[in-house]
Design a protein around this ligand. Sequence first.
Ligand code: SAM
Length: 237
Amino acid sequence: MPIHVDDSFQPQTTGDGSDTLYSAIYDETFHSTFGALTETEHVFLRGTGVARRLAEQQPTRVLEVGFGTGLNFWVTAHHSIATGTPLEYVALEKYLLPATTLARLNHGDLPAVAQEIRQAFLEWRVGLPDALPASPLQWRFGGGIRLDLIVGDAVTVTIPPRDYHAVYQDAFSPEKNPELWTQDFFARLFVVLRAGGKVATYSVKGEVRRRLAAVGFQVYKRPGPLGKREILVAAKE
Ligand SMILES: C[S@@+](CC[C@H](N)C(=O)[O-])C[C@H]1O[C@@H](n2cnc3c(N)ncnc32)[C@H](O)[C@@H]1O
């Protein structure tokens, strides 16, 4: 059955000047209102160690839960290009936003390479139907970046088993998006992550920590970016 793509999204400028989207369906923004770009760099790139791996030119495989506006991808891809390091990025997404919605975001503050990648992605997205059936899609940029978009419900799709170095757990909040914060879902993440890999997320709720620990992760709180005291890192040690 085709997945309905709702266009009821409003761009919103966050505290660091970068844009995010507000979703009327979830009544939540896609990123921290204190700073979308700051959250991406701090929680996901640095929290999982992906920024360090790429800086050390170690080829890296990332799994993202919730592709959304693509911001986490543009920034990770930028680090990959800047360091000349191959990146395999698999993103789970129920509603792949249409190019027209993505184009309404002002990402003028992103590094030039990230903007170039985003622009190339938008040109590819324009050629696809707005409402996409659940299916895997592939997109490549340059010689070193491979993006696999797994369109469908992350709870039931097959997650490509790639021995990931990192998981960006970037669903909407546990209150609004509970199916992506269950112990069963975390168990799936544990299986596909390689030993030594890390999951990072912005929610430090007690039940999130307990469920991650219950499936085998070592769970740590780390200092958060501006506006957020702590973030969570779960390591498969
Ligand atoms: C907080 S946003 C992600 C923000 C994104 N990482 C970015 O950089 O823009 C959460 C995303 O999860 C997606 N989502 C929600 N429930 C889902 C589900 N059950 N399966 C797959 N994706 C889901 C939403 O459509 C939304 O795009």
